[in-house]
Design a protein around this ligand. Structure first.
Ligand code: NAD
Ligand code: 0WE
Length: 257
């Protein structure tokens, strides 16, 4: 139903087949979008290359978002290979493990800065670099991934919750800045999903269970549901939506108790 044929997108944040970014890529590719992927360092290259190879015509670039040079190289490559870009997907988050447990008050300056640099500032840097290509493609858009821990306190999410609040505010400020150039900027707030970034978080299985029990739909969200929302946001069906945070959480966040 959603037709993105003839459009191109770049997806940041695929680590493996369980990544939310990969779920999004599947939905975008199913709608006909041609995709470029970035991977964070050599460690992930093979994994991501193997996944990308399943989508015909896809491109691959290395990009650690802490490197201005790598960001510049990605967008130079995209300009050369694609000329224009209809969509940027930001599905990146990182905090030091020590900052995802215990007391938030104990967060170090360095840990706070790392979480904010990688999880929030990177959206600003990537959106700036992508803007000329997004503008060229006609009505381009940007999608970022967030979590309810930005709004309400989620035990142990700690500095990531503060970084996600910054990410969501950045979505609004970017939307205001880039709107006059025809570029929309939105976030998807997903319920918990069992990805690499969630694995090894103490009590994550319990969190998944709690979310499924409390959510109106009485289950956890699927990668496909998150991906399909991204395809909608990237499509002309969402042409009037910008600066928004859309919850894809089976309704969890509407419940008080
Ligand atoms: P994931 O581990 O599959 O993806 C996280 C990605 O971030 C990885 O691909 C990793 O390489 C990338 N990354 C980390 N540091 C980077 C850096 N310096 N440069 C470039 N890339 C870097 O996990 P995921 O759960 O798919 O996470 C994707 C996004 O979804 C994150 O923003 C996360 O906060 C968000 N999110 C996750 C959940 C969940 O429960 N899993 C829920 C809501 C939102
Ligand atoms: O955004 C996230 C996960 C983000 C994340 C995960 C890790 C684990 C490995 C960021 N940095 C790291 N650093 C690591 O070293 N989610 C929304 C999933 C998540 O993570 C939690 C959650 C939920 C939900 C952490 C604590 C409590 C709840």
């Amino acid at each position: 139903m959603i037709d993105l044929t003839g459009k191109t997108g770049v997806v940041f944040g695929v680590a493996n087949k369980r990544s939310i970014a990969w779920g999004i890529a599947q939905s975008l590719a199913a709608a006909g979008m041609r995709l470029a992927f970035t991977y964070q360092g050599e460690r992930l290259r093979e994994n991501v290359a193997e996944l990308a190879a399943t989508l015909p015509g896809s491109l691959l670039f290395p990009c650690d978002v802490t490197s201005e040079a790598e960001i510049a190289a990605v967008f130079a490559g995209l300009e050369r290979e694609l000329g224009a870009l209809a969509l940027l997907v930001h599905s990146i988050g990182y905090a030091e493990r020590a900052d995802l447990e215990g007391s938030f008050t104990a967060t170090s300056r360095a840990g706070f800065l790392t979480a904010h640099e990688i999880s929030a500032y990177s959206l600003v840097g990537l959106a700036r670099a992508a803007a000329p290509l997004l503008e060229k493609s006609g009505p381009g858009s940007v999608i970022a991934m967030t979590y309810y821990g930005s709004e309400k306190v989620a035990p142990n999410y700690n500095v990531m919750g503060v970084a996600k609040a910054s990410l969501e505010a950045s979505v609004r400020y970017l939307a205001a800045d880039l709107g006059p150039r025809g570029i929309r900027v939105n976030a998807i707030s997903a319920g918990p999903v069992n990805t690499l970034a969630a694995r090894g978080i103490k009590g994550f299985t319990g969190m998944l269970q709690h979310a499924a029990e409390k959510a109106p739909l009485r289950r956890n969200v699927t990668l496909k549901e998150i991906g399909d929302t991204a395809a909608f946001l990237a499509s002309p069906l969402a042409s009037g939506i910008t600066g928004e945070v859309i919850y894809v959480d089976c309704g969890y966040h509407i419940m008080a108790v």
